[in-house]
Ligand binder design. Sequence first.
Ligand code: UP6
Length: 249
Amino acid sequence: PAKQRIALEDKKIVHPVGKRLVELALKKQSNLIASADLITTEEIIDFANKVGEHIVALKLHSDIIQDFSDNLIVELKKIAREKEFLLFEDRKFGDIGNTQELQFKKSIYKISDWADLVTVHPIGGLESLKVFENTGVITIVEMSSKGTLTDDYYFTKAINVSEESGNVLGAVAQRQIPDNLLLFTPGVNISSTGDSKGQQYNTPELVFKNYHTDFMIVGRGIYKAVDVKTAAKEYQTLGWISYLQSLND
Ligand code: UP6
């Protein structure tokens, strides 16, 4: 028989950032993380203002922003505080600990100064994860793209590393993971099944029901919509209903 999923409030998450994320989800009735894969400060600020009330975290790729500056972060922090969401840098670190530490703390992005959450490929092994200090680490244990190399063997080892490391609060995957980690699932879209560059999409219903995901990550489904705010609200509602439904399966 299929294993029943654990409700967010019953997950034993000890990392303070993980706890905060769960608290925000329950308060806002949202499992939605919006991916702001936009390349200018103006677009990102506008997007954050529009979707802020519907999301628990805003995911960024800082290194695609053409006019990145400290001012963007100051503005985003302000919006995040007002609208209550976390800032999530999807850096996908994947190097030895020393290099990751330099990338995390020293680049022009100063990720360590502002990111509540960062993604890391655990490919460098357990000790490489130690450099992220109090920032919440989310490991990439399986990717959403066609032909990804994250097979069962890698997945199992990556989960083991994530469970052993004290600062990993969750993982990105397209399947169920142990209950002591929060599951984040990208590759979610209600009007497309994929793109021409290998991305594969599932619906919110599927990822909550089959993967028992805790948080869905939506990029183009929201930021490419004609009405971004309405799209965010739609995904929020559909995600939350799908989550509640999955508790009864
Ligand atoms: N992302 C994936 N799949 C992964 C890991 N990360 O799509 O396995 C990220 C992408 C992008 C977002 O880097 O920022 O999630 C998905 O965007 P999309 O909804 O526009 O495809």
